[in-house]
Design a protein around this ligand. Structure first.
Ligand SMILES: [Zn+2]
Length: 445
């Protein structure tokens, strides 16, 4: 039994699609070793199989790149790296203790975007990022084959793989950037430092698609039954897009699955909600919450001018899941204190399932922020940290095996209850004061 209505709705321009069709990367000298490696998204391929010698890049700023002029053609580059492997003495997966949850509940609101954060971001953009981009465009001009990169969080063969540059329809194909496991990366660096030549065979085939450059959200709803409230909306959602080095089971098939399960639970119970319940599976979350931002802008308000559309007044609340497989331990208020007594009450029946905590703070980085940005109540739940930041988030390990069925069932049950309660209460959920308009490019959002 499906929801009443279902459609995939374009929410605006996205850009090029990209398909990784082949990726073979192995060290062939001084000895043979398959490498744990994956190209970043939206990168060009190798134009057929290549055998390349690997060159250690010791330059640390763009000015020092001149020394490589005329020397990079046909080479694979590896930037030198001074990094010491950090063993992990804490488990990859853990559940919040009662004590941790208790202190979480007492925490004050976390600042969203402080001057210090902006300063550090600007410093990174001017420094490391600018150098990386300069090196890549220089390498491309010089006819190099690829560059190897690693992530500071990579360990034990887990690689963190995201985008390798622009996906605008008019943008050129990005220079091939291959994320390599920390261990493989440092093996190559050590060999080259010792003056031992390293060769790599690489055959990477990628495909760009420009036939449809729109982004789509998947939307479905259960119509409200109350004469007065049926035009008001309660929403729940997660994002459907994921990164390509695995199937994206925890980021964020888990969120989509529990949201669909919450809808299935409500349908199966034959509930006639007072307000309309609408589920959204967003696209383009990983590129900056594009799906939910596009939807919010079209439906409720544009944060740039804060001119409210009629639907803004009919919106009751939004609930999001996007922190992996770990069960719900509570909810973040996103600074909306007026919701504390309401959510505290709603969590009561779930204390024996471990969900107890109401935290005033905000949690960032995902789709509820698109609602929050236009003054609508949007929330995300507190989840146990089951290998999410350590092992699965944007990695080659984000596969079905890392999901925990019982945790997901618990999440779906609690989400279904929160959505139902929001649909049934006499008033919409309380809101924070409307934010000031934020013209594009200003602030964290
Ligand atoms: Zn995500």
């Amino acid at each position: 039994m499906g929801p009443d209505r279902f459609h995939a709705r374009p929410r605006g321009e996205f850009g090029k699609s990209w398909d990784l069709q082949k990726s073979y990367v192995a060290m062939t000298a001084p000895y043979y070793k398959p490498l744990i490696a994956c190209p970043k998204a939206w990168c060009a391929g190798t134009s057929g199989p290549k055998s390349a010698s690997v060159m250690l890049i010791t330059a640390k700023d763009s000015a020092a790149l001149d020394q490589y002029k005329g020397k990079l053609a046909g080479k694979i580059l590896i930037p030198d790296l001074d990094a010491v492997y950090q063993q992990s003495f804490t488990p990859d997966a853990y559940r919040w203790t009662d004590q941790q949850l208790d202190s979480m509940a007492k925490l004050p609101m976390r600042p969203v975007d402080t001057a210090e954060m902006r300063r550090r971001r600007a410093q990174f953009n001017r420094g490391a990022l600018a150098f990386q981009n300069a090196l890549k465009s220089f390498a491309q001009q010089e006819g190099a084959v690829a560059i190897l990169s690693e992530s500071p969080r990579g360990h034990d063969g887990t690689i963190f793989v995201q985008g390798g540059g622009s996906y605008q329809p008019s943008a050129p194909e990005n220079f091939l950037d291959i994320v390599t496991s920390f261990e493989d990366y440092m093996t190559i660096v050590r060999l080259l430092r010792a003056g031992i030549p390293v060769s790599i065979d690489a055959d990477v085939k990628t495909k760009f698609l420009t036939d449809d450059t729109k982004g789509y959200n998947v939307i479905a709803e259960i119509k409200g039954a109350d004469k007065k409230l049926k035009d008001e909306i309660v929403m729940l959602g997660g994002h459907l897009d994921s990164w390509h080095s695995a199937t994206g089971a925890t980021d964020n098939a888990a969120g989509c699955a529990v949201m669909m399960e919450a809808i299935r639970i409500l349908k199966t119970l034959g509930i006639q909600p007072r307000r309309t319940i609408r589920i959204a599976l967003w696209s383009g979350e990983e590129e900056g919450l594009l799906g939910s931002r596009g939807y919010v802008k079209k439906t409720f308000a544009d944060p740039a001018n804060m001119q409210l559309l009629p639907e803004h007044g009919k919106f009751a609340g939004y609930f999001n899941i996007d922190n992996g497989t770990g069960k719900v331990r509570g909810i973040y208020l996103q600074g909306n204190e007026a919701c504390r007594p309401i959510f505290t009450k709603w969590l009561e029946p779930f204390h024996d399932l471990g969900a107890t905590t109401v935290n005033v703070s905000n949690t960032g980085g995902t789709d509820h922020q698109s609602f929050d940005a236009v003054g609508l109540p949007g929330f995300q739940f507190i989840q146990d940290e089951i290998e999410y930041s350590t092992r699965t988030h944007h990695t080659n390990m984000d596969s079905y095996n890392h999901l925990r069925e019982d945790d997901l069932k618990q999440i779906a049950t609690i989400v279904a209850a929160f959505v139902y309660n929001t649909a049934q209460r006499d008033e919409k959920l309380p809101r924070k004061p409307l934010p000031e308009p934020r013209p594009a490019g200003r602030g964290a959002f």
